[in-house]
Design a protein around this ligand. Structure first.
Ligand code: GLV
Ligand code: MG
Length: 325
C-alpha cells in the first residue's frame, strides 16, 4: 500500500438513482415512494427553460413537504455555463438546504467548477446555520471533464460520487451515435477467417469502456463512488441489465434509472448474488486456514487464491452486508 490512503466519502447505498423532472409534481410525489436507493430531482436537462422557475419551487416544496426517509435525495442543478445555476443553488439551499443530502453538478469541466459551487453552498449553509453537510455528485459528461477527471474528483471534501453522463459525453466527443448509452452496431471487430470458406464473425465492442473505466479509477483513487449514467431504451430491460452488469464488473456501485421500471433491475444487478457472497466467504475461510498453516497462497476449486483474494472477497462481503443494512 502507498503511505497515502484515500479518505472515503460517506458510505451510502447508490445501486439505483432515479431521475425525476422537477417540473412534474406528480412524478416528485411518486419518486418519494419508490424503491430507489437515491433520487435526483432534476432542474437541468429534463426541464425546459420556461419551466425552470416553477421546477425550483416544486422541488423546494417536495423537499420540505414529502417524506423522503429511507432514501438519499439529490438535486441536479443547471450547468455553470447557464444563468440558472446561481439561482438554483441560492433558492434551493436557502429554502431547503437542511433537507438536501447531495447536489448533482452536471457537465463539470474543471476542479474550479466544483470550487465555485462549494463556495456558494458553504456560504449559504453558514448564513442559515445549517449543520448538515451537503455532498456533491459530479457528472463527467464532457471531453473537458474527462480530461480533468482526477482533479475534479479531488476538488472538494463535499465530493461523494462521479457519474458517467453518456449522452452529453457522446455529444461532446462527437461520437457517431444518437442513442443514450448502450452498444453500437458499428463499434466492433471482424475476426480472422474461422473456416476454409473464409467466414468471419463480427464482435460488438463496448464503446463506453474507456470512459467508464477511467472514471472508476478517478473515483476510487479519491474515495468516491463511481456510478454509471442513463440507458435510454426504456423498453429494453435486458439491455439495461447488461449495461448495468458490465459497469458493476468494472467497479461502479450503481446506475441511473431514467424510468421507474429500471429501478428494481439496478437494485438487483448491483447487489452481489448469494452465490457470489458464498464464494467470497469460502475464499476468506480458505485463506484463514492457509494463514494458520503459514501459507500465503492455496488452491480453491482448482484456482489459485492469495492475500489479494482476501481483499477482493472482503469487498464482496462488505457490499452485501451494507445492502442488508
Ligand atoms: C446525463 O446527463 C447524460 O448526458 O447522459
Ligand atoms: Mg447530461
Amino acid at each position: 500500500m502507498s503511505f497515502t490512503v484515500p479518505e472515503q466519502a460517506p458510505a451510502r447505498l447508490n445501486r439505483s438513482e432515479l431521475a425525476v423532472p422537477g417540473s412534474s409534481t406528480r412524478f416528485l410525489e411518486k419518486a418519494a415512494g419508490s424503491n430507489a436507493d437515491m433520487v435526483f430531482l432534476d432542474l437541468e436537462d429534463a426541464v425546459t427553460p420556461s419551466d425552470k422557475p416553477q421546477a425550483r419551487k416544486n422541488i423546494i416544496a417536495a423537499l420540505n413537504d414529502l417524506d423522503w426517509s429511507g432514501k438519499t435525495v439529490s438535486v441536479r442543478i443547471n450547468g455553470l455555463d447557464t444563468h440558472y445555476m446561481y439561482r438554483d443553488v441560492v433558492d434551493l439551499v436557502e429554502q431547503a438546504g437542511d433537507k438536501i443530502d447531495l447536489i448533482m453538478i452536471p457537465k463539470v469541466g474543471t476542479a474550479s467548477d466544483v470550487y465555485a459551487v462549494d463556495m456558494l453552498v458553504t456560504q449559504i449553509c453558514a448564513a442559515k446555520g445549517f449543520t448538515n453537510k451537503i455532498g456533491f455528485e459530479m457528472i463527467i459528461e464532457t471531453a473537458l471533464g474527462m480530461q480533468n477527471v482526477h482533479e475534479i474528483a479531488a476538488a472538494s471534501p463535499r465530493n461523494e460520487s462521479l457519474h458517467f453522463g453518456v449522452a452529453d459525453y457522446a455529444a461532446s466527443t462527437k461520437a457517431r451515435t444518437t442513442a443514450i448509452g448502450g452498444p453500437n452496431p458499428g463499434y466492433g471487430v471482424l475476426t480472422d477467417a474461422l473456416d476454409d470458406a473464409g467466414r468471419r464473425d463480427f464482435h460488438w465492442g463496448d464503446m463506453w469502456h474507456y470512459a467508464i473505466a477511467r472514471m472508476v479509477v478517478a473515483a476510487r483513487a479519491n474515495g468516491l463512488r463511481p456510478i454509471d449514467g442513463p440507458f435510454g431504451d426504456i423498453k429494453d430491460l435486458d439491455g439495461y441489465r447488461a449495461q448495468a452488469m458490465r459497469a458493476a464488473i468494472l467497479g461502479c456501485e450503481g446506475k441511473w434509472a431514467i424510468h421507474p421500471t429500471q429501478v428494481d433491475a439496478a437494485n438487483d444487478v448491483f447487489s452481489p448474488s448469494d452465490a457470489e457472497v458464498a464464494k467470497a466467504n469460502a475464499i476468506l475461510a480458505a485463506m484463514e486456514q492457509a494463514q494458520k498453516e503459514g501459507k500465503g497462497a492455496v488452491t480453491l476449486d482448482g484456482r489459485l487464491i492469495d492475500i489479494a483474494s482476501i481483499k477482493q472477497a472482503e469487498v464482496m462481503v462488505q457490499t452485501a452486508a451494507a445492502i442488508k443494512g
